[in-house]
Design a protein around this ligand. Structure first.
Ligand code: FE
Ligand code: FE
Length: 163
């Protein structure tokens, strides 16, 4: 039962852990399906970051003497399904790359929203070290989103000039 900010914090930590886990399974498929070498590389390096982000949440679980439970993040499940749909409905092309960038940016925005709230809750609860760990992951998600923005500039215009 959700009754306090602590309950909400712990529930959303578990949700985020599930979200990151689902992304570690999806990112290799996105990298595989991308044509642009820089985009492939971006997905691969974000896979490494995502693993580190899971480890940060594991550290927080330890500090709080709690576990991930069996919670499945439904939001990320839907976003991952949308990414899979892009791969099913297209062949390798700049248009597919543009669609993969958007699918990935939707996931990044979802993560940015949750990490931002989690960091704020940790601060409210006086959990300075946990807030710091969450801020580190939040920064990585923002940087990834910015990198995807940059790649979109080139890739969208490639998609525009092909048909
Ligand atoms: Fe992440
Ligand atoms: Fe991410």
């Amino acid at each position: 039962m959700l009754k306090s900010l602590t309950d909400l914090y712990e529930e959303q930590l578990r949700d985020m852990y599930s979200a990151e886990k689902q992304l570690t399974e999806a990112l290799p498929k996105l990298a595989e399906g991308a044509s642009n070498a820089d985009l492939k590389q971006a997905f691969r390096s974000h896979l490494q970051q995502t693993r580190a982000q899971m480890e940060r949440i594991e550290q927080i679980f330890k500090m709080r003497d709690m576990g991930p439970g069996r919670k499945k993040c439904k939001g990320m499940k839907g976003l991952v399904e949308e990414g899979a749909e892009v791969l099913e409905e297209s062949n390798k092309s700049a248009a597919r790359d543009a669609a993969l960038i958007l699918a990935a940016q939707k996931a990044e925005h979802y993560e940015i929203a949750t990490y931002g709230a989690l960091r704020a809750y940790a601060e409210m609860l006086g959990e300075t070290e946990q807030a710091r760990l969450l801020q580190t992951s939040l920064n990585e998600e923002s940087e990834t989103n910015e990198l995807l923005n940059q790649l979109a500039r080139t890739i969208n215009s490639k998609a525009q000039s092909s048909r």
